[in-house]
Design a protein around this ligand. Structure first.
Ligand code: PLP
Length: 388
């Protein structure tokens, strides 16, 4: 059975061109970039080439890119780095109640170290109101951290407006753009961003590598100590193959973005339309328009999300109930709860995230199979029986 992979917000397959670009850096070009002889300098050159590509994709300067081990480290680095470097200015951070755990749990950790965190609410579509951000700012606020697009239901936040609020107040602005970089246009100057997190494995690059954009002049305490790599901002021997792969993935994403946005939006809308037509008591989660081109998140009343995922898997279709990082937890999604969904509806969520290799036939297969799965599960559902 040919499998259908529709969980690209969790991770993407690595592009064959990316693998090809990485391979020499495991073998003949294995040098340590800190070595001054040619093996080292060759590896260093490859890193700097990748840095230029990543910077170019988001309208940054290459010296503003710090490579990390992924999106989680970039988020941790941004929040803790600003908090520790700006202690004398204040101790207040503003974030939203729908952030990825990498931001949420870093905020919770910082609370144990005496920082005050405001978790802003969102509306029914998962949108943060820029006026709420403005109202939450105090003379102790050092950082605003609001994600660019949510990983669970794909809502794209009003980042330009929030960037303006941050700029007017003289407060640093961080955005977790792990789900947007390489997928939709991101320009740090247009969006008014000081710090931005990215991850390679969400855009057909390798796992375990990402970057933090740090606007020149931003005060940030290094997160890792023990070496002079990354202009002393992140110690440790660089992940050369990973960084090269990230650069290649970025290059491919940049070339293909325009066409992909259009193609995926069309497939996404067909999937949404088909699901709403073929399944009753189903609700679209997230904003219908301000939404990532590859994200479909629905709640299917009276059916547990996990049961749908497992039954789809038996049919060779990979989907998820929400964030991959929390899929082992039986708690309903904090994102859907923050949007005001009752827990029983949050438990019934199902997410499809499309990618570069998703085809029309695959969408048709989901539209053929899911209604049958839902009918079967509803026939056995204690949730539905208790309503009768
Ligand atoms: N932020 C968001 C919005 C994500 O979706 C993810 C991954 O799912 C991360 C951060 C963490 O990225 P990584 O897996 O590279 O650590």
């Amino acid at each position: 059975m040919k499998r259908v992979y529709l969980d690209c917000a969790a991770t993407t397959p690595t592009h064959p061109e990316v693998v090809k670009a990485m391979l020499p850096y495991f073998t003949e070009a294995f040098g340590n970039p800190s070595s001054i002889y040619s093996y080292g300098q060759e590896a260093k050159g490859a890193i700097e080439e990748a840095r230029v590509k990543v910077a170019d994709l988001i309208g940054a300067r290459d010296e503003e890119i710090v490579f990390t081990s992924g999106g989680t480290e970039a988020d941790n680095f941004a929040l803790m780095g600003v908090a520790f470097a700006n202690e004398s200015r204040g101790n207040h951070i503003i974030t939203s109640s729908i952030e990825h755990h990498a931001v949420m749990e870093t905020c919770e950790f910082l609370e144990t170290r005496g920082l005050r965190i405001t978790y802003l609410p969102v509306d029914e579509y998962g949108l943060v109101n820029p006026d709420d951000v403005k109202r939450a700012i105090t003379d102790k606020t050092i950082l605003i951290s609001i994600m660019h697009a949510n990983n669970e239901m794909g809502t794209i936040e009003p980042i330009t407006e929030i960037g303006k609020v941050a700029r007017e107040a003289g407060v640093y602005f961080h955005t977790d753009a792990v789900q947007t970089v390489g997928h939709i246009p991101v320009d740090v100057n247009e969006l008014g961003i000081d710090l931005l997190s990215m991850s390679a494995h969400k855009l057909c690059g390798p796992k375990g590598v990402g970057a933090l954009y740090v606007r020149k002049g931003t005060k940030l305490t290094p997160f890792m100590h023990g070496g002079e790599q990354e202009r002393r901002r992140r110690a440790s021997t660089e992940n050369v193959p990973g960084i090269v792969g990230f650069g290649k993935a970025v290059e491919l994403a940049q070339q293909e973005m325009g066409g992909e946005v259009e193609r995926l939006t069309c497939l996404r809308d067909n999937l949404i339309k088909g699901l709403l037509e073929r399944i009753d008591h189903i609700h679209l989660n997230g904003h219908p328009l301000k939404k990532l081109p590859n994200n479909v998140n629905v709640s299917v009343d009276y059916v547990e999300g996990e049961s749908m995922v497992l039954n789809l898997d038996l049919e060779g279709i990979c989907a998820s109930t929400g964030s991959a990082c929390s899929s082992s937890s039986l708690e309903p999604s904090h994102v859907l709860l923050a949007m005001g969904l009752p827990p029983e509806q949050a438990h019934c969520s199902l997410r499809f995230t499309l990618g570069k290799w998703t085809t029309e036939e695959e969408i048709e297969r989901v539209l053929d199979i899911l209604p049958r799965i839902v009918a079967k599960l509803r026939a056995m559902s204690p949730l539905l029986k208790s309503r009768k």
